[in-house]
Each structure stands twice: as C-alpha cells, then as structure tokens.
Design a binder for this molecule. Structure first.
Ligand code: XMP
Length: 321
C-alpha cells in the first residue's frame, strides 16, 4: 500500500496532533471544511483535530441515518456541546431507508449507504455551506481491508480510485489514515476527549445496517437496536474489543404461552481483538449468555432464538456484511 502505517510504538500523540493541525490548516487555508461526527472514536478524534485547526470554519454534522444506536444522536451532540464543539443534527433517515429498500446483497447495501452519504447528503451540505473539504476519520485498517477486496469500508474512496473532487465536488482530508484503532485511542486521549469516547467500542459507519442480514427496513433496525442496548449493557464488563447482536433473515419456529410463534433469530458476536484485523470469540461465562438469551427473548418483541457465534476471524469477519 502507498500509505505507510505509524505503529503505536512509534506514535508521539502530542507531536502527531501538532502536525495534523498544521496540515489541516494549510490545506483548508481560509476556506470552510465540513465533517460528519458519528460518536465513534475515529470521527470524534477527527472532529477535535479539525476543531483545533479550524475553529468555527469547520462545520460538524451528525447525520441521523436511522441506523444509529438508541438515543445516540442526542448523546453525541450534547457530549460535544460540553466540549465546546457545535454539532448540527441532520435528519436523513428517509433518504437512507429509501436507498436501502429491497437490497439484500452485502456489498450493494454498503454501496447504497456510501452513495447516499457522500452524494445526496454531503453533496447538499457542501453546496449549502460552500465548503470545499470534507474531513473524515478513515483509518489504516479500513484501507487495508478495502484494498484487499475483503470488505468495502463505507469511507474508503481515494484508494478505490474515486476522485471525490470530480464525483462529489469536494476534497477529502483523512488525518488518521496512517493509524490503527489503538493508536487513534491514544490521540483521542491526548486531545482531551473523555474516557467514554476514547475507550468506546468501535461502531461501523454504516451503523446497524451492518448487523441486519437481508433487507434493511425501519422495523428490522428497530429489533436490532433494542437487542444492541441489551448486549452492550450485559457485555460491557467483558472488556472485549467489540460486541453486538445480528438479526438473521430467516425466521424459526418458537413457542410462547403454549402457542407456536414463528419468530426472529438473533446472533450475538463478541470479539477479543487488538485492531480488528483478526479476532477470537470472547469466552463469556455461561450465566451471562443465559441472561442475554432470556432478556432478548422477553424484551425484544418477536425474537424466539438467540445464539452465540464461536468462530474466529479469519475465516469469519467481525461484522456480518
Ligand atoms: P470486519 O467486519 O471488517 O471489521 O472484520 C473490522 C472492524 O471494522 C469495523 N467496520 C467498519 N467500520 N465502516 C467503518 O467505519 C465500515 O464500513 C465498517 N465495516 C466494519 C468493524 O466494526 C470492526 O471494528
């Protein structure tokens, strides 16, 4: 790859921050830049870097694509408000669900999200604000997996030969592209972001859509969102790299109140991993697994089956699509 990784052992966070602030300032000049904050470690770090470099010449948006976790938009906006960063909330739920309608193929789902995000939503914001630059938190692992053709990460454009200037009318700046997740956490900490952000489990840009097998609809997202809340509550003490539920496409026969119930199946994944490149299933105590199954089947309407995935990456990947 033409991009060179900065390994965590070689990273000097303060120096890195100074350099990136310089680079962003000189590239954007007196112009305007925009960025999307999702509340994940990467986009939070980029938002702070951009804020330090550009002040109010960086316009930060939280795009509510309808694929976020429960109460996430309000949580992220208020957390950044407390840090002195103004974030504007954009309700784009309809556009994303419309674009995802009828699509079941994993890569097509990713493509639909990418197009809606960069062309429809950002294209419009760029025109409205007059910004010429988009700042985003693409990391080294995102690029590596996309270039290897494993999974097209939603935010990788340049490395796929996509000229954003020509195609969408703005240039993309990616200050974190040489870092992996653990190095980004160090930068986030050095930038003064709170622990609840720099220690946060990863959350993919395409959001809960990566956790629905088959068509993504508001109803399916609602099921997986409710299950996500339970899984995050029950597994936060595992200290695993990431944990989440997946909604399967096929229904299975269950029984409730002595009656047959043809219902949904949820798969739980919980990974021990350093950078997300490889992974091992976390050895979760059986009592916790039992509690997860019990809570999900009673609190999430229509779910009659819960399983725990015990595969390693490879041959699995961390997310299902
Ligand atoms: P995979 O599924 O590729 O996941 O084994 C590796 C890490 O990347 C996250 N992931 C994504 N992050 N956009 C993102 O920002 C994406 O499209 C995307 N797909 C996967 C995943 O959560 C894990 O941490």
């Amino acid at each position: 790859m033409k991009i060179k990784e900065i390994k965590i052992e070689d990273l000097k966070p303060e120096k890195f921050i100074e350099e990136k602030i310089q680079e962003i300032s000189s590239e954007v000049g007196k112009g305007l830049a925009i960025n999307a904050l999702s509340g994940g470690v990467d986009s939070s770090t980029v938002t702070m870097l951009g804020h330090r470099a550009l002040g109010n010449r960086l316009k930060t948006y939280f795009i509510d694509n309808g694929l976020m976790r429960e109460k996430e938009p309000e949580y992220v906006v208020s957390l950044f408000r407390d840090l002195g960063v103004k974030v504007e909330l954009i309700d784009a739920k309809r556009s994303f669900f419309q674009a995802l309608k009828g699509i079941t193929d994993p890569e097509q789902k990713r493509e639909a999200i990418t197009q809606t995000f960069y062309k429809e939503i950002f294209g419009k914001l760029v025109k409205q604000t007059g910004a010429k630059y988009l700042l985003q938190g693409t990391n080294y692992t995102d690029v590596e997996e996309t270039v290897a053709g494993i999974k097209r990460q939603h935010n990788v454009l340049d490395q796929l030969g996509i000229d954003t200037q020509k195609r969408f009318g703005y240039k993309v700046i990616e200050p974190l592209i040489q870092l992996r997740k653990s190095a980004i956490r160090e930068v986030a900490k050095a930038l003064g972001l709170p622990e609840e952000i720099y220690k946060r489990i990863p959350f993919p840009g395409p959001g809960l859509a990566t956790r629905v097998i088959g068509e993504v609809t508001p109803e399916n997202i609602d099921i997986v969102r409710k299950a996500t809340k339970i899984v995050e509550e029950e597994l936060k003490n595992t200290k695993a790299f990431i944990y989440f539920p997946v909604l399967h496409k096929d229904k299975v026969t269950g029984i409730r109140n002595n009656q047959r119930e043809f219902g949904f199946q949820i798969e739980i994944r919980c990974w021990d991993s350093k950078e997300g490149k490889t992974g091992e299933p976390t050895q979760i105590p059986y009592e916790i697994l039992k509690k997860l199954a019990q809570r999900i089947t009673t609190e999430v309407s229509g779910v009659v089956s819960v399983t725990y995935n015990i595969t390693t990456k490879p041959p699995s990947t961390i997310e299902v699509i």
